[in-house]
Every structure is written in structure tokens, then in C-alpha cells.
Design a protein around this ligand. Sequence first.
Ligand code: SF4
Ligand code: SF4
Length: 153
Amino acid sequence: MAKIPLGGLLKGMKVTLKALFTKPVTVNYPLEKETLVPRARGVIALDVENCTVCMLCARECPDWCIYIEGHKEEAPPSKPGGRVRSRAKLDRFDIDYALCMYCGICVEVCPFDALYWSPEHEYSEYRISDMLHDKERLTEWLETVPEPPALEP
Ligand code: SF4
Ligand code: SF4
């Protein structure tokens, strides 16, 4: 007759019993929602006014999922008799969240504070093509960006 490994069985039962009376670490999403940390990486918001179309974010993105197009526009001289200035105008700024791996490199490298993390993460779609967020949609996320923490004195 085969010998029953009682020691192992009791050990397993102990783990099961302990788990039965311990508070679960998971939540029953979407019925329950976790309180996220303010700087959670949910979605990237774009501040169009700050973007100079420098393309740095698109170049540094390891997934090549940022698509930018722009053109130059003439701007009036800063003082009378001065030279006519040229200003870059943003035509297209898309992020494909079907490809994005949320590394945050684009937000880090932007020299003009045009990209911010928002903790908003409920934007799943039925069609993968709808995961591409255009300039307007990325701008709408700005409202969900939390205030930066106060500076230390
Ligand atoms: S978070 Fe990373 S992968 Fe996503 S768009 Fe920015 S650089 Fe690209
Ligand atoms: S790095 Fe910043 S300023 Fe440059 S294109 Fe990207 S978002 Fe715009």
C-alpha cells in the first residue's frame, strides 16, 4: 500500500487555511476600484501650447508609436524693424497605445513640458485601431493630470 505523505498534506492545508482568513491583495475590478498613486502611469496627456514639434519624443520612443507632423509658419518680428520669425506649428500628434509600453521616456525627454502622465487608465477599446489617440484626445487627458507635489522649502 502506498504511503500518504502526511507532512506535505498538512503543510498545504495550513497554507489554504491561512489564505482563507487573510485579506485579499487583489480587488474585484471593475466592481471595486483601487486608489491609485497620484503619479500612476495611466495615459499620456499633451499640452499642445508647449509642443515645439522638436520630434525628440518620437525619436526616443523605443516602440516608434508617436507620430508627429508639423509645418513652419511665419510670425511677426518681436520688435519693429526686426526679422520675421518662423514658428513650428503642430498638425498631427498621435500616440498608439496598442504599441506603447508605458516606459515614460517621451515624458522624460520632452524639453518643453508638453507631455504629462495622467493616472486615468480606463480607455480600453473593442477595436485595436481605436487605441490610437490623436492630438485632440491627448489634449483632453490634460484635465486628468494631477497637480505636481509642492516644492520642498
Ligand atoms: S511611454 Fe514609452 S513607449 Fe509609450 S509613447 Fe512614450 S516613449 Fe513610447
Ligand atoms: S519632445 Fe515635447 S516639444 Fe518635442 S515634439 Fe515631443 S512633445 Fe513636442
